[in-house]
Design a binder for this molecule. Structure first.
Ligand code: URA
Length: 179
């Protein structure tokens, strides 16, 4: 994993490499039974080089604690490892340039469960036409790994009405973690 991190930190495969402060590769134990995948680093993450350290990250920590997890026992990363300017969605070409890193991370991590945080990760990892409002909390098998998607913590900050549904999704994840 450290070799892969070094290669990723030197990456110039897409234009996001020109505006980044840091590559945000991922954090957590190797291997890991459960991996959380967001869309891409924001401003705080770009400055600190760690995923989910801003406001959304604080909420993610609370969500993890609901299912008895913390940063020490799950792996956290993103679809793209460099910050898209103005926090726009990562473009298809940027995702294509970066996805190989995540694929290799998953091969090394050998997780049982992958939780997509938000629609961008779900559309990339579960199905291109994934509908987060209809399909959050459902489980999908892909290559021996169980995938699910929940609302992105930023969406929950913007719209607290989505929180009860997410709480139910988290309980379903907790059940699988303990299986
Ligand atoms: N949002 C994401 O999708 N990823 C991060 O690392 C931070 C915020």
């Amino acid at each position: 994993m450290e070799e892969l991190r070094k290669r990723c930190e030197a990456c110039t495969a897409c234009p996001l490499s020109q505006t980044r402060q840091s590559v945000v590769f991922g954090v957590g134990p190797v291997p890991a039974d459960i991996v959380f995948v967001g869309e891409g680093p924001g401003a705080q993450e770009d400055l600190q080089g760690e995923p989910f350290v801003g406001a959304a990250g604080k909420l993610l920590d609370d969500m993890l604690s609901i299912i008895d997890l913390g940063r020490h026992n799950c792996y956290i990363t993103n679809i793209v490892k460099c910050r898209p300017p103005q926090n726009r969605d990562p473009m298809q070409e940027e995702q294509d340039a970066c996805i190989g890193y995540l694929e290799q991370q998953l091969r090394i991590l050998q997780p049982k469960l992958v939780v997509c945080l938000g629609r961008i990760a779900a559309m990339r990892l579960i199905r291109p036409d994934f509908r987060i409002t209809r399909e959050h909390g459902q489980w999908f098998e892909r290559g021996g790994i169980a995938y699910t998607a929940i609302y992105h913590p930023s969406a929950l900050l913007r719209d607290p009405a989505k929180r009860p549904e997410t709480f139910a999704d988290l309980l379903s994840i907790k059940k699988r973690v303990n299986q």
